[in-house]
Write a protein that binds this ligand. Structure first.
Ligand code: ADP
Ligand code: 5GP
Length: 203
């Protein structure tokens, strides 16, 4: 059986990182795709762990070299998913988890939608999102306001996703994420389905 891709999107501050961390020991063997970005590291973030932090010039070199499965400008910075580690993880049959924005989701769906299950995560209300971004206090107020404004656009893409998690109570939201992760592993690509039919007919 080949690997599968689970795309997680949702406004900054929705709780995506918290949910992945909470669920990480309960979703089996997976590979979390570490994105490359030109945004400044936040306090406590580590290069190669949270993101690969690069300059705009380096990022644009990678674009030219065709290194990205997808990339987009989000909140004024580049963010992208490198192809090679994803290919390797899929080959070894792993579940590959992407934390990418709604543009990235569209691009990945268009390229390899066959392998993709997607989930949009959001707090119950815009005011709760604001409260969480301010209480996380990892970003300047102007950056938070930009993220809140973007969230009003991002929520409009909600109907493009397979599943929605309303991250109100963290335990319940994490359990829903575990259920969706398990289901995403069971999704078969068209190639796998064809093989199954041939096998089914010949045995
Ligand atoms: P994202 O990765 O989507 O940007 P985070 O996981 O960093 O979001 O969460 C944003 C903030 O909200 C963090 O301070 C986190 O501790 C908090 N948070 C996450 N989930 C909940 C929840 N269900 N209830 C209250 N606070 C939450
Ligand atoms: P943050 O700066 O809060 O870590 O992330 C900002 C936004 O960028 C989030 O919506 C996150 O999902 C998105 N993002 C992170 N990595 C990627 C990526 O590789 N590609 C795309 N398209 N979006 C990304």
């Amino acid at each position: 059986m080949g690997g599968a891709i689970l795309v997680l999107s949702g406004p900054s501050g929705a709780g995506k990182s918290t949910i992945i961390e909470n669920a990480s020991s309960k979703i089996g063997d997976y590979y979390f795709s570490i994105s490359t970005t030109t945004r400044e590291p936040r306090e406590g973030e580590r290069d190669g762990v949270d993101y690969h932090f690069v300059s705009k010039e380096e990022f644009e070199e990678d674009i030219k070299a065709g290194a990205f499965l997808e990339y987009a400008t989000v909140h004024g910075n580049y963010y992208g998913t490198s192809i090679n580690p994803v290919k390797k993880a899929l080959k070894s049959g792993k579940l590959v988890i992407f934390d990418i924005d709604i543009q990235g989701h569209r691009l990945v769906r268009a390229k390899i939608g066959d392998l993709v299950t997607s989930v949009f995560i959001t707090p119950p209300t815009l005011s709760e999102l604001k409260r969480r971004l301010y209480s996380r206090s990892t970003d300047k107020n102007s950056i938070i306001e930009r993220r809140v404004n973007n969230a009003k656009e991002e929520i409009k893409a909600i109907c493009e996703f397979d599943f929605i998690i309303i991250n109100d109570e963290i335990e319940r939201a994490s359990n829903e994420f575990i259920t969706i992760s398990n289901a995403s592993r069971l999704k078969l690509s068209k190639k796998e389905l064809k093989k199954l039919i041939v096998n089914w007919e010949n045995n």
